[in-house]
Design a protein around this ligand. Structure first.
Ligand code: LMR
Length: 342
């Protein structure tokens, strides 16, 4: 008898504890909001590190109410597919290079590809941190996309299997480019043969000779091992690669306001971080490329540099019909760039 009542008491206690358990914890956390962040470069690059920093800060600032899944190195989608995936809502965040917005119908972004338009980082910041940059991001709205920030990578180098000292060294060479009409024109201007190709295919195409050369930042070269399949690289600094961090507008606008505020804060802090480390990452990559001994790294003399500038500047005028004369002028005005001074 004693035994039965003890068992009954413990069964009741057990049942009660099950019923009361949810009440004694603060609240059941709702399912976290998942942000899939897809990109095409390695984790160990300015953008790769930026994406991981955003994950860290977004999860921390929202106390876990948001979970960010980062898919690097084209593991989820390649260049073209990721844009479509964002618009369809299959991923929530991307950071495509500014050269990749033309196919979406926002040609103005290709202004960033004009050779020599930014004379260094300070000039660039006048655009990305100013009115012109903000207006440009706003152009994404009608495409169902919200622009959140600009992240830096850096200035580009050129490479091939022969040395590049003068523009004519690229004559007849097949050069891989990103999907930008301005980049296409840039290489046509010096009689090279531009070929648009997804970033994920660059290494193999160079290795197998589908293309002869390419251009990119050194961090992208190093992390994709592109320097291992190119015998010569020249530090031309002829153009810029940076990113627009973008999200699906409907998704973003549909977030609870308090969560969006925290994510805005996470994005702001991440942007400071990503833009702070970009140059350092590229400097480190250049050191590593030099140390590898796999490619010969050339610098241009002043005269050689001038020859490149002279050969490529006509692209600005020629691309007015593509990116808009007013867009180009707005950059000149913001940075003080004067093509007539060359
Ligand atoms: C490329 O496709 O060459 C790069 O822009 C990739 C990237 O995102 O940096």
């Amino acid at each position: 008898m004693m035994k039965h009542s003890r068992i009954r008491r413990s069964l009741i206690a057990c049942a009660l504890s099950l019923v009361l358990a949810p009440l004694s914890t603060p609240s059941f956390a709702a399912d976290p909001v998942v942000i899939k962040f897809s990109h095409v470069v390695a984790d160990d690059t300015p953008k790769g590190k930026g994406a991981l920093k955003f994950k860290e800060l977004a999860e921390q600032y929202t106390n876990g109410a948001v979970k960010v899944e980062v898919y690097a190195n084209s593991t989820l989608y390649k260049d073209k597919e990721e844009m479509e995936a964002l618009q369809l809502g299959a991923v929530q965040m991307l950071a495509p290079s500014l050269s990749k917005f033309g196919p979406l119908g926002v040609r103005e972004f290709e202004v960033f590809d004009l050779p020599y338009i930014f004379n260094g980082n300070e000039a660039l910041k006048k655009v990305t941190e100013g009115v012109v940059g903000a207006e440009m991001l706003a152009k994404l709205g009608p495409k169902g996309i919200k622009g959140l920030a600009y992240w830096d990578n850096g200035f580009k180098v050129m490479s091939a299997n022969g040395p590049i000292r003068v523009p004519d060294d690229l004559r007849g060479k097949k050069m891989r480019i990103q999907s930008s009409k301005v980049l296409e024109e840039q290489f046509r201007e010096i009689k090279a043969l531009p070929q648009v190709m997804a970033f994920s295919e660059v290494y193999q195409s160079l290795q197998t000779g589908v293309v002869d050369g390419t251009e990119n930042t050194v961090s992208n070269y190093y992390t994709q091992k592109v320097h291992e399949v190119q015998k010569h690289m020249t530090l031309t600094d002829h153009g810029y690669i940076g990113y627009a961090v973008i999200t699906n507008k409907k998704f973003w606008d549909g977030l609870p306001a308090d969560i969006r505020t925290q994510l805005d804060k996470a994005m702001k802090d991440t942007t400071d971080y990503a833009n702070r480390i970009a140059k350092e990452e590229n400097d480190k990559a250049l050191e590593a490329i030099r140390a590898s001994g796999k490619t010969e790294v050339h610098s241009l003399s002043e005269t050689e540099n001038k020859a490149f500038i002279k050969a490529l500047l006509p692209v600005h005028k020629r691309m007015e019909s593509r990116v808009g004369a007013a867009t180009i002028k707005s950059i000149y005005d913001a940075t003080g760039f004067d093509p007539a001074s060359f």
